[in-house]
Design a binder for this molecule. Structure first.
Ligand code: ADP
Ligand code: MG
Length: 355
């Protein structure tokens, strides 16, 4: 009878659940890197080094000089939903840090070999720990291995090796390591422009030259010059505006009417998190269309800060998309401001050529 038939609906094994969730958060090496950069910045780092092998699939290592992690926290560091940044659901409303739900390291540990070397200011040595599927990796005895003391400076080094080693279909989907490396360079570059007092470096393993090397004291314009070239950096307008009605303020650097390229370059940060927004992109392109030749597009760096109570960062695990109240009004206000700035530059140029 029915009782003896095998049940067709069964609960998935917890490890399977975690692996599926991990694959949703970490789609490509660049997403893992973005989480690691955000963690390093959250930890108050002023210098950040990235090392990459095979587009991040073989090795992704990020070294920071931030607060470090207490040795006592290392055993639960990679468990899902362990975080130092959020305690109550309500805290999501006022959260100012990048991370908030303790999923990044957990996810990575399910789909890669993850190890951490970290030293806080008060610790006499650094500690190194290896993780597997959310836990300290088992030692030869089968027991979880304990963190080991090692020499090291203050800060944290996270090493991610063999990403997607246990998700072969995903691993095989990556055709080109250099495509993945370019995405990584792009992401590091965006944070290097935004985090203006932080030094950034990024290089391929085994190569002596760096792809990115930005010193801590470089100005925003110098950062853009190094990363996007002088033709962009020489034509930038500084802008900033705010409106209490919609609870936002923004500032940034955008090219004037002298500059145009085939495709818009948009560096968009909302509450200090690098995000995408097709609505903002479209509105900016629309604004520039009145100033640029046909098929010409701008470079725009935009840092938008919105009252956290008006933002829903929780729409998707990757936090790539962000929803906020009065989106249309805010976008319109920003574009109107940029338009007035562009018009002012345009008039002075016309004026100059006329005299
Ligand atoms: P979240 O950032 O959402 O808290 P993560 O899984 O990214 O979740 O990180 C878990 C915790 O590990 C963080 O809350 C933080 O306390 C600690 N941590 C991660 N990376 C670093 C780092 N580079 N420096 C200091 N602490 C870190
Ligand atoms: Mg995080």
């Amino acid at each position: 009878d029915g009782d003896k038939a095998p049940r067709r609906i069964r609960a998935l094994d917890q490890d399977v659940v975690n692996k599926i969730a991990a694959g949703e958060i970490i789609v490509a090496p660049v997403q893992a890197l973005k989480e690691l950069i955000e963690n390093a910045v959250d930890a108050g780092s002023t210098a950040l080094e990235v090392l990459v092998k095979e587009g991040g699939l073989k090795l992704l290592q990020i070294t920071d000089n931030g607060s470090g992690i207490d040795k006592e926290d290392l055993s639960i560091l990679c468990e899902r939903f362990t975080t130092s940044k959020l305690q109550k659901f309500e805290d999501l409303q006022t959260i100012a840090t990048y991370g908030f739900r303790g999923e990044a390291l957990a996810s990575i540990s399910h789909i890669a070999h993850l190890s951490v070397t970290t030293k806080t200011r008060d610790s006499s040595c650094a500690w190194r720990a290896h993780y597997d599927s959310g836990r300290l990796a088992p030692a030869k005895t089968g027991q979880p291995s304990n963190p080991k003391p090692v020499a090291g400076r203050q800060g944290t080094q996270i090493t991610v090796e063999d990403l997607f080693y246990n998700v072969p279909t995903r691993r095989r989907a990556f055709r080109s390591a250099s495509d993945e490396y370019n995405k990584i360079i792009d992401m590091v570059g965006k944070y290097a422009v935004h985090c203006s007092h932080v030094a950034f470096s990024c290089k391929k393993h085994g190569e002596s030259s760096t792809s990115i090397a930005i010193p801590a004291n470089a100005s925003s314009i110098d950062r853009i010059r190094q990363l996007y070239g002088g033709s962009v950096a020489n034509e930038l307008i500084n802008y900033s505006t705010s409106d209490d009605r919609w609870g936002f303020k923004c500032n940034g650097l955008a090219t004037n009417a002298n500059y145009s390229i085939k495709k818009t370059i948009l560096l968009l940060f909302i509450n200090h998190r690098c995000v995408e927004s097709s609505n903002i992109r479209k509105a900016i392109e629309q604004t520039y269309s009145a100033f640029l030749p046909k098929n010409g597009h701008p470079f725009v760096y935009l840092s938008l800060e919105i009252d956290p109570r008006r933002v829903d960062v929780n729409v998707h695990p990757t936090k790539r998309e962000v929803n906020f109240l009065n989106e249309d009004e805010i976008i319109q206000a920003i574009c109107e401001h940029i338009r007035s700035k562009l018009a002012a530059v345009d008039t002075s140029r016309t004026f100059l050529t006329q005299t």
